[in-house]
Each structure stands twice: as structure tokens, then as C-alpha cells.
Design a protein around this ligand. Structure first.
Ligand SMILES: Cc1ncc(COP(=O)(O)O)c(C=O)c1O
Length: 444
């Protein structure tokens, strides 16, 4: 199904922070000279919503779902369903009890909002995010490459320090580097270690962090007196044979030995947008200590709004109770694995990529490939090079990082193209064939 791009990107006369918008308008205005746009720059398909989910929304909904729900925990029915869903899918042990050890809320407006609220909440916590002196800054630690956590944290007065994920370490967090980073933050009197982000199904490297690694990151963070922010956006999106590391389970296990204050300082968010191709719905689950979730929702979130998107929550509840939802996920995961294999094979044969120049990965909806020859010319930015690729092929690729860390070691790792695997396999192969036909390849 062709994507009506003009319907989903900002009008050209409106300001936007997304550089892709202007690039696409220019390309469309030029009459799509190299063929219809194949957009792999952002993790979005627009047209692949899970059919059963769309059908649940199209079925008449209870009329009460058009009103408010008087609960900041979301639609009560969806909250109940998610409580079981989170427990089952994250393999929480039977001794750990919902309502006592953790609570779950149905969230709307995107889990990015919930992360923002959590970081805002911590700014009032005297032991973590609040500073005692004006020259002191709370610090959030996030992986690089990685998703845009810094954009949330920096807007709230945090400073973001990055944990580099290096190619030569298989893109897994190095425990030594992590310990050193935490030590260096804590040794600086101007800084206060506040939050560590765990993204165990890591976007965009597509690596599932091993359980021992995640346990170490969590244990060290809790013992350092900082909060843990688990982002499980891609928890359900992984190769069929893979058991995704349940950071939530590990955290709950570790909390049993943690000091009482640490038991309250954590949040796990799970976007539902990625697993059912419904990012525009903005639905997710937020899991936290019951008292933390109470403050987060009934105080902090209430500063800015009531629970919303109730009809969507109704439809999501119906869908999650339907066994088809799991079949859909299994099928999607099989397709992603097949696409990873097909792309790996295609770029090896047709674009001269050796295996170590692309990272096919095992989870999330992305893979990464090194920037092909000729790459940006002297002085040319990666953005300019992306636009050149678009103009010559109609293919718009993404870059594997939202944040740069000019001072840090991670800056030494060159950026990669990030390929979104959402479109059908034949479309992905066509995109790569267009790159090959235009002369792009890994080796000149
Ligand atoms: C790694 C990661 N985390 C979190 C999010 C936020 O998802 P949402 O706000 O749509 O729930 C995204 C979406 O782009 C993501 O890729």
C-alpha cells in the first residue's frame, strides 16, 4: 500500500525539528525523480497496523469509552489486562506480587511522556534528582548509540553521560566502562548520579543484553543510590528463538536485597506501539513500585492531564485478550528474522559488505550497516549525504544515534545507517537494489 507521505509529515510552511520532513518535501516537489520514497529513516510503517487491532477499533465500542475515565491508571479494563500481561510476558516469579511489589498502569500519550514525568518527579526527590547547590547537576546515564533519552533529561536540567556500546565489544555494555563511568560521575562534586537507563533489547544496535550484564547494571545503580529507568519498548520484538532479557524481572529480584529507599526509585515502561505497528495510538504500560506509581500518576502526570485515548485503550484491551495478538507477534518476529537474513545476504553480494560492516542483530525493528562508499565528502554532513542518497535513489535511511557525545569515547565510533525493518521484504530489497544501482557500496 503506498504511503501518503504528505498526510503524515508536517506541512512545508510549518517549523519542525525533524530534518527528514524538509528532505521529503523537496524530493516530492521534484516529482520523486528516483521513484517512490522508501522511507527507512524512522521506525514507522504507517500502513501495517495489526489487522485484528484495527478491527477491534472498528467494532462498536462501549459508549462509556468516549468519556473520561476517573482513573489516572488508564481504562480500568486495560489496566487489569496489562497487570497480567506484564507479569506473564516478563516472566515475573510467583513470589513477586502485583499491588504489593509493583503496580502497572495503562498509559496514553506515549511512554516518552511517562519517562518525562518520572524524571520530573525525581527532580523533587532530595536523595536523587534534586540538587542541594545551584552548581550541582543531576546526571542521567544512557547508552550511546541509543534512543533520545538525553532529549528528555536535558530539558529537565539533567546532564546526560553516555555509556559507549562499542563494535569491538559486540555492542554490549562493558561492565568495567559502566563502573568507571559511575565512579567518575560520583567523584565529581558538581554532579549527582540520578538515573541509569536500561534498554535491554537495545535500539538501535538490535542486541539483547545478557541477563548477567543487566543484573550488574541494576545492582550497581541501586547500590549507588540512583534510580533505574527500564525502557522495554522492544521487549516483544525479537528473533523467534531468542528469550528476551527481562530487565523488569531482574530488577524486582535485585530489589529484594536493596535498601528501602531504592525499592521505590524505579520505573519500567513498555510501549505497545512497536509490537503492533500502532505508534500513533501512544499506548503503553508503566510499571513501578505502587507508591511511586501513585505519585507519578496522581500528582505528577495530573499536573499536565487526565488519562486519554480511552477508545484506543478499549480496543487494545480486546486485542490483548485475543490469542491472535500473540500469533501476530510471532509472525512479525519471524518476518523480521527473515528480513535480517535476506538483507545481510543481499548487501554482502551486491554492495560488497563484509559481515563485520553490518550488524544484523536479533531484536528490535532495526539493523545497522556502515555508511557506504563514497560517504559524505570532505566537510559534507551526514544529513547532506542522506539527502544525496534520497535524491539519487528515493531511499531515505536513518542514522543510528539521536545524541552525540563530542567529549566522550563514544564519539570515536563512526555513525552507521540504521535500517528500519518494518516494510515488506521485497520493498527493503528494492531499496538496497536502488542503492547498489546508484553505485553505493561498502568498498569502492
Ligand atoms: C527505544 C525506544 N524507546 C521508547 C520509545 C517511545 O515510544 P512511545 O513514546 O511511542 O511509547 C521509542 C519510540 O520511538 C523507542 O524507539
Amino acid at each position: 500500500m503506498p504511503i501518503p507521505f504528505r498526510e503524515v509529515i508536517a506541512a512545508p510552511d510549518l517549523p519542525t525539528g525533524f530534518t527528514d520532513v524538509a528532505m521529503m518535501h523537496r524530493y516530492l516537489d521534484a516529482g520523486s525523480p528516483a521513484g517512490d520514497i522508501i522511507y527507512l529513516g524512522f521506525g514507522e510503517t504507517w500502513t501495517n497496523v495489526a489487522p485484528g487491532l484495527a478491527a477491534a477499533l472498528a467494532t462498536p465500542l462501549p459508549s462509556h469509552s468516549h468519556g473520561y475515565v476517573i482513573s489516572q491508571y488508564g481504562l480500568p479494563r486495560l489496566q487489569r489486562i496489562l497487570r497480567s500481561y506484564i507479569s506473564a510476558t516478563h516472566r515475573l516469579p510467583s513470589g513477586i506480587e502485583a499491588g504489593r511489589d509493583y503496580e502497572v498502569a495503562a498509559t496514553s500519550g506515549g511512554t516518552r511522556n511517562t519517562m518525562f514525568d518520572f524524571l520530573r518527579m525525581l527532580r523533587n526527590d532530595p536523595t536523587v534528582g534534586a540538587v542541594d547547590r545551584p552548581d550541582q547537576t543531576p546526571v542521567l546515564v544512557a547508552p550511546l548509540p541509543g534512543w533520545g533519552y538525553a532529549g528528555i533529561a536535558d530539558s529537565l536540567g539533567y546532564r546526560t553521560r553516555f555509556l559507549p556500546l562499542r563494535d569491538d565489544e559486540g555492542c554490549q555494555p562493558s561492565l568495567e566502562a559502566f563502573d568507571e563511568l559511575l565512579d567518575s560521575v560520583m567523584a565529581d562534586p558538581r554532579h549527582k548520579l540520578a538515573v541509569v537507563v536500561i534498554n535491554a533489547q537495545h535500539s538501535p544496535t538490535a542486541i539483547n543484553w545478557p541477563a548477567d550484564t543487566v543484573r550488574h547494571l541494576i545492582r550497581r545503580t541501586l547500590h549507588a543510590g540512583a534510580a533505574v529507568l527500564i525502557d522495554d519498548a522492544y521487549y516483544a520484538v525479537h528473533d523467534p528463538g531468542l528469550t528476551p532479557t527481562s530487565a523488569l524481572r531482574l530488577l524486582l529480584e535485585e530489589l529484594e536485597h536493596a535498601p528501602p529507599a531504592a525499592r521505590r526509585r524505579w520505573l519500567a515502561v513498555r510501549s505497545l506501539g512497536k509490537q503492533f505497528h500502532c505508534n500513533g495510538w501512544g499506548l503503553g504500560a508503566a510499571t513501578a513500585d505502587p507508591a511511586t506509581l501513585d505519585t507519578l500518576l496522581n500528582t505528577i502526570q495530573l499536573h499536565r492531564g487526565f488519562a486519554a485515548a480511552v477508545p484506543l485503550q478499549e480496543a487494545m484491551g480486546t486485542w490483548l485478550e485475543n490469542p491472535e495478538a500473540q500469533h501476530y507477534l510471532d509472525h512479525m518476529n519471524q518476518q523480521y528474522a527473515a528480513k535480517r537474513a535476506a538483507i545481510g545476504e543481499f548487501i554482502r553480494r551486491n554492495l560488497a559488505y563484509p559481515p563485520d560492516a553490518c550488524q544484523l542483530g536479533e531484536c528490535t525493528a532495526f539493523l545497522r550497516m556502515k555508511i557506504p562508499f563514497p560517504g559524505p565528502r570532505d566537510g559534507e554532513s551526514l544529513e547532506a549525504f542522506r539527502e544525496e542518497c534520497l535524491n539519487r535513489t528515493g531511499v531515505l535511511l536513518g542514522i543510528d544515534r539521536w545524541a552525540t557525545d563530542p567529549s566522550g569515547a563514544a564519539a570515536q565510533e563512526p555513525a552507521n545507517f540504521r535500517v528500519f525493518l518494518g516494510p515488506p521484504q521485497e520493498v527493503l530489497i528494492e531499496a538496497l537494489a536502488r542503492l547498489a544501482a546508484a553505485g553505493y557500496s561498502y568498498q569502492p
